[in-house]
Ligand binder design. Structure first.
Ligand SMILES: [Zn+2]
Length: 229
């Protein structure tokens, strides 16, 4: 059984959603209705979630087009509930190329945020985060902050986040690739450890789970690089 559904393609790159993504959308809709929102309001909430995922698709296309400029094809882009994945045919070992491909995704979100900042200035929408991130907040300033959030989240210096690749590429200019991977993974795991402790102390229970995920991803990356030699 196919676990993904194609919903479009951009310049020959197929865009897919994983079935769990659709389950999540139905779940969010159900959650809104269950909490007393009208069907119209629930659909509008869903539209906002879809818009954020649209921004993530553009982020993945940023990686894909930068990779293409180095003659590295993208197999496909798939959206999961936790985010998107652009599957490249391979990752370059050239630090400068890896750096540019990794940074291209967050750069797209930074660009979207910059455009929304200008638009919000023109229409006189409130720009503060406190005002934007309320149910009554202006949708465009909300989207601006969500895109900035995507930049910060993706630039965390830990695999599998883009920031982990940026860090490794920076280290790889000073040492060999395998050592750079080891150091980048140690930093990422250290960060995951701090997040886990923080989450346990402050009762933010998703953080320890994310930390375990980051911890395993870092180990996988080291294994992957060591196997390829
Ligand atoms: Zn990315």
């Amino acid at each position: 059984m196919k676990s993904t559904i194609k919903f479009g393609s951009v310049s020959g790159i197929g865009l897919f959603v994983h079935w769990t993504f659709l389950v999540m959308m139905v779940g969010i809709f159900g959650f809104y209705v269950y909490n007393g929102l009208s069907v119209v309001a629930s659909l509008m909430g869903l539209a906002l979630v879809m818009t954020v995922f649209g921004c993530i698709v553009l982020h993945e296309l940023g990686h894909a087009f930068m990779a293409r400029s180095f003659k590295i094809p993208t197999i496909d882009i798939t959206m999961y509930p936790i985010g998107g994945v652009a599957r490249l045919s391979h990752m370059p070992r050239e630090p400068k190329q890896e750096f540019l491909i990794a940074i291209a995704g967050p750069a797209v979100n930074l660009g979207i945020a910059a455009v929304l900042y200008v638009v919000n200035q023109i229409i006189g929408a409130p720009l503060s985060m406190a005002e934007a991130l309320t149910p009554q907040g202006n949708v465009l300033s909300m989207l601006m902050w969500l895109n900035l959030g995507l930049v910060v989240f993706n630039m965390l210096p830990a695999f599998p986040m883009d920031g982990g690749r940026v860090l490794r590429a920076a280290l790889a200019t000073q040492m060999d690739y395998t050592n750079a991977t080891h150091v980048a993974c140690l930093i990422g795991q250290g960060l995951a450890f701090v997040f886990a402790i923080y989450g346990i102390f402050y009762g933010m229970w998703t953080l320890p789970f994310v930390a375990v995920f980051v911890f395993m991803a870092a180990r996988q990356e080291v294994q992957h690089v060591v196997e390829r030699g």
